[in-house]
Design a binder for this molecule. Structure first.
Ligand code: ACO
Length: 311
């Protein structure tokens, strides 16, 4: 049986850091409100001319370096992004060109904050059915470009960045299962409305739906694999709001020291947030080889999904 395992992780954050105190100067908000309601203290913002594919490329190169795999071995590139450089060609094709590899399939996936889990699901299936042996799965976002900086209800929540994993065909267990879902019914609660370029959100309604849905997807994943919650080593959740993450951990009975939290430093980087958080915790030594990880996400669409991973 062919499996897919994570052979390496990588990430990239733009240099510019915008703190809550910086935002206090430009809008009617406060550091105290943002910390208390979201857990966010700062976010990274892309420089002018720095695009999501540029960040995804660096994250991908870092993941390949950790895996000790040459770019020439890559035979599939999937990029999850809501903020591609251009409508087309895709960010995946832009990254393929920059890596100087030619001919392998390369495409973007648009599932907003759940995009990375969707991309992982597709790459895992392609590897398992012999469609690829070495896949780059990347999440990269320049959300600052679709943020309305005059709307304090959303502007404080988002940041830019990228994360990536190299998935490799193996006999050993790696990606144990993936679970993806969507319900377009809730389009109006979180969207870039037609004819506009900025996100609009009913934060409170999204919050409540996110908490209940993440509980269901975690239960579905554990039941699907016949495992108990205390067998999990780490929860690596999408980083939207510390209160959502804490509620998800509580439902799983997991202490917060087994939850990877980066929302304080990165804010919500949508499709980039899970691979970014994963890479941070792998590189600082918290996540070790052989451990059991639950990745889970919820976002615009609504879309949601999870992956159970033997790292
Ligand atoms: N600074 C100060 N006050 C603010 C700010 C701000 N930045 N933003 C809103 N407020 C005010 C509101 O105006 C409101 O004031 P009022 O009571 O006088 O009317 C008050 O704070 C409370 O507002 P709520 O929206 O009810 O606050 P809530 O506790 O729900 O927190 C938040 C808002 C942080 C947006 C929360 O609802 C949330 O995190 N929602 C989920 C976001 C999410 O997960 N999105 C999904 C992923 S994103 C994606 O897919 C692209």
């Amino acid at each position: 049986m062919i499996n897919a395992r994570i052979a390496g992780t990588g990430s990239y954050l733009p240099k510019k850091v915008v703190t809550n105190l910086d935002l206090e100067k430009t809008m009617d908000t406060s550091d105290a409100w943002i910390r208390e309601r979201t857990g966010i203290c700062q976010r990274h913002i892309a420089a002018e001319g720095e695009n999501s594919s540029d960040m995804g490329l660096i994250a991908a190169r870092n993941a390949l370096a950790m895996a000790g795999i040459a770019a020439s071995a890559v035979d599939l590139i999937i990029v999850a992004t809501t903020t591609p450089d251009k409508i087309f060609p895709s960010n995946a094709c832009a990254i393929q060109r920059q890596l100087d590899i030619h001919g392998c399939p390369a495409f973007d996936v648009q599932a907003v904050c759940s995009g990375f889990v969707y991309a992982l699901d597709i790459a895992n299936r392609m590897i398992r059915t012999n469609g690829a042996k070495t896949a780059l799965v990347i999440g990269c976002e320049t959300l600052s470009r679709i943020t309305n900086w005059e709307d304090r209800g959303t502007a404080v929540l988002f940041g830019d960045g990228a994360g990536a994993v190299v998935l490799q065909a193996t006999d050993e267990p790696g990606i144990l299962s993936t679970h993806i879902h969507a319900d377009g019914e809730f389009e109006n609660l979180l969207e870039v409305p037609l004819g506009t370029r900025h996100m609009a959100m009913n934060g409170n309604a999204v919050f409540r739906k996110a908490v209940s849905t993440l509980g269901l997807i975690a239960a579905e994943t554990l039941a699907g694999n016949g495992i108990e919650q205390d067998e999990l080593d780490w929860l690596v959740p999408h980083q939207a709001n510390l209160r959502i993450i804490t509620a998800a951990a509580k439902k799983l009975n997991l202490p917060m020291d087994r939850v990877v939290v980066t929302v304080d430093k990165h804010a919500n980087t949508s499709a980039a947030s899970i691979p970014l958080a994963l890479d941070i915790a792998v590189r600082d030594g918290r996540i070790q080889r052989g451990q059991l990880l639950l990745l889970e996400a919820f976002g615009g669409g609504f879309t949601w999904g999870s992956a159970l991973v033997r790292f």
